[in-house]
Design a protein around this ligand. Structure first.
Ligand code: KG4
Ligand code: ZN
Length: 338
């Protein structure tokens, strides 16, 4: 079985083909980063217009690279939400129409389930049950996962998502959008401990996150200190350390609460090296195990949608022809596969 996956929920056009036996055959990405860089963030209308330009050529390029034709596909998966409504509509319309013309099933995929399942594309995939930490530009969630579709959100963000906090602080440090990975690189030059920032919501019990106070604290520090490279690196380091330790404390609590000893981290911020290192160490000390995807599959991509589409494939070809996208859609609403 071969599934084409289309991702257009934000500022990356991703197209991939997943084969049930052979695994990932092609994974193509067109990043709109340069298009939005001048604006310091994603401009939704520009994102939609660019997806329209790029999606079909990328599908054609993926088929050519895999030496396949549309008729070799068994299903087409597209991101139906959550995300930017106009951007979602592009991938959904193209994906649904293509499936209709080929008379094969269309599969509406949840973007965060895509992220969550991506570590399963690696060797030694996680077994159920596990705790998942989903950390992206719009989500910071802890999920108890007992099977496909049995997702319980046990921790969530009260305000800014962790990736959003990275991007906003990066911007104040003079780094281009999206600044998460750039901030992490700057932090490598920073002296640890020169600045100490709060670890929000760690003094009281619970699994909730809040990063807006930390963001304000760091913003004030940036504005009231020298603007030389070393100071900026030291602030970046202290910010990253604060985020990493906060996430570590919450993950430890989530593992204690559920009694699970496997932790999956997914979403763009899971590419962060310091976070991977410290969480890995914590899991080793507990006799547990951590799972994450290779860095290029942590950020948005078509592979996660193709893979999730394969997992959720139903050979009935009955999905609605009137196309539905869901900009707001929680993981807890997904159907359970047994
Ligand atoms: O999952 P993703 O590609 O898109 C969403 O679904 O939101 O996540 C993007 C986020 C951005 O905020 C980006 O700055 C952040 O992931 N990110 C990182 C790193 N790489 C990407 N944050 C920290 N360290 C990184 N290495
Ligand atoms: Zn994402």
């Amino acid at each position: 079985m071969r599934i084409l996956g289309i991702e257009t929920s934000c500022d990356e056009t991703g197209v991939a083909i997943y084969d049930k036996k052979l695994g990932l055959l092609v994974n193509k990405l067109y990043s709109q980063v340069k298009l939005h860089a001048n604006y310091g963030g994603v401009v939704p209308e520009l994102a939609s217009r660019n997806h329209i330009l790029k999606t079909l050529p990328l599908i054609q390029a993926a088929l050519t690279q895999a030496n396949m034709q549309g008729s070799d596909l068994n299903g087409i998966a597209y991101t139906a939400g959550p995300g930017l409504v106009g951007a979602l509509m592009v991938g959904a319309t193209i994906g649904r129409a293509l499936a209709y013309s080929l008379q094969i099933p269309a599969i509406a995929v949840h973007h965060m389930e895509g992220h969550l399942l991506t570590p399963m594309l690696e060797i030694n995939p996680p077994k159920f049950p596990f705790v998942a930490l989903l950390i992206s530009g719009s989500h910071t969630q802890l999920i108890s996962v007992t099977s496909i579709g049995r997702y319980k959100i046990i921790g969530d963000s009260l305000d800014d998502a962790v990736g959003e906090a990275f991007d906003k602080i990066a911007k104040l440090l003079g780094l281009d959008y999206p600044g998460g990975a750039r901030l992490a690189r700057l932090a490598q030059k920073g002296v640890p401990g020169r600045y100490i920032f709060p670890r929000p919501m760690t003094n009281k019990p619970g699994l909730e996150f809040s990063f807006s106070g930390l963001k304000t604290f760091v913003a004030k520090t940036i504005l009231t200190n020298k603007n030389d490279l070393q100071t900026r690196s030291d602030i970046a380091r202290a910010f990253e350390d604060a985020i990493v330790e906060t996430l570590m404390i919450k993950c430890r609590r989530a593992l204690d609460l559920t009694g699970f000893n496997r932790l999956v981290i997914a979403g763009g911020v899971s590419a962060n090296k310091s976070l991977r290192y410290h969480l890995n160490k914590m899991l080793q000390q507990r006799g547990g195990k951590i799972f994450f995807a290779r860095p290029e599959l942590c950020t948005d991509n078509g592979a996660m949608i193709a893979y999730t589409g394969m997992i959720r494939f139903k050979n009935d070809n009955k999905s609605d022809l009137s196309i539905l996208v869901r900009p707001h859609w929680t993981l807890e609403e997904l159907s359970i596969l047994d």
